[in-house]
Design a protein around this ligand. Sequence first.
Ligand code: NDP
Length: 509
Amino acid sequence: MQTTDRIVNADEILKDLPRINGVVPMYVDGNWRLAAEGDRRELDNPANGRVIATVAEGTAADAEAAILAARRAFDEGPWGSMSAADRAALLFKLADAIDAHRDEFMRIETLNNGKPLRETEYDAVDAANCFRYYAGLATKPHGQTFDVPAPSQTFTVREPIGVCGQIIPWNYPLLMATWKLAPALAAGNVCVLKPSELTPLSAIRLATLFEQFEFPPGVVNIVLGAGATVGHAIAASTLVDKVAFTGGTKTGRSIMTDATTNLKKISLELGGKSPNVVFADANFDTAVDYALFGIFANAGQVCSAGSRLIVERSLHDRFLERLVERTKKIRVGNGFDPQTEMGPIISSVHRERVEDYIGTGRAEGAKLLCGGGRLGGALADGNFIAPTIFDDTSPSMRIVQEEIFGPVLVVQTFENEAQAIALANDTIYGLAGAVFTQDIAKAHRVIRKMRAGITWINTYHPTYNEAPWGGYKQSGIGRELGTYGYDAYTEVKQINVNLDVEPSGWFSG
Ligand code: NDP
């Protein structure tokens, strides 16, 4: 830890972030500004509790200023008349700039979120590629023509929805900002983005690039502040045409209610309790490896985490023995330490929430195989939780049904294929799921029965900018990424052309 602390100099890592009177400001209407009511918030490094920066803490007034700026930019600004090719050119530049500053983005993200550098490197690479993907898509044809009866010609065009409110969580701050901004901007919308109050720094660094490349004022606004104030103001505003949200299912429900003020379009990417089904005939080492990766990547703070291991009874003992052995070897620590494989939980509040769930698991009678609580010693100042596995669970337990969003795996056991499918589908969620087997027909049968939007066969977690992302059931509404994600930021207009310009003669008078 001492070595790591010496190499982590927050001021140095954050030196290119804008400051007003020492406070990191928000970006509204092409300007940097402090909160209208002057509030500010200190951000902690989740790995050691030390303050890393002070940021502006906005209120509804700041959200309203940003929404008005966005409204003007959409209704009156140059953005709407800019060609798709020009928008694409800006987004390509942005992608290249993220690549050029990759190391800085990685370090900002590791400092603010805690996740290891090897994860933030992946996020930074993916963020640049996501902007590049949507820059490419901006200029592709998106309409259809229809063979309707003469003398009409009918076709569709896709048009931007308008002002898009975008509310994102703390688990992938840069990547979630990108998943929201890239398709929206490519399609010609304007954005009011609210990062999590805990992790706004990479979004603010991103805003410096929007400024550098002279995106017109008001096209991208980054408002800082809490969900209950700024987030709520965005979701409820009648000047906002669409709200896109990633976060917890409970918050998603409240955003959906807020959105009824003007029946705005909504995209919700919510929680999960995703099943990872392992049959006895799976490639053993591969299945163990991905079971670990599925739950302990990003300390389990992943919406699509494979948080329920559903393993065939005949394989159970051997599989768990190996899984526990490997889990105990996971190197937990400061994300800046190159040896670290798993970082801290985002905040003390969330760490306590995860600890409560571990307590609940014990109280419910599940068998704790490893982990089971907060790590002390050199890690005592941070929000570190040992990778935890519970066995001997029953489907009704809260730890089996509820999203813990931490490094806690629950194990369920099945006797046959039908039971595996029934267990896999037995939660309110339907975000993701995987199956491990070398029987390809069985793999397809099980995946097709799984009520989930993102599925994997013999792997876990790979995510592609090209392919749709989103959930069934209470895991969300709509899809992000791919052409689906682009379409979600467009309205479809039907255009009918009369090729025989004569009166219809319907009325005789
Ligand atoms: P939230 O869902 O509360 O936070 C996600 C985003 O929504 C943040 O920007 C938050 O702002 C904002 N927000 C919060 N309340 C409102 C509101 N009423 N109106 C508008 N925006 C709002 O997640 P938490 O951080 O509280 O975590 C709670 C649980 O949600 C976790 O334990 C986990 O189960 C789940 N979760 C799921 C995620 C996913 O990717 N599916 C991501 C994060 C959490 P702010 O943080 O500034 O308050």
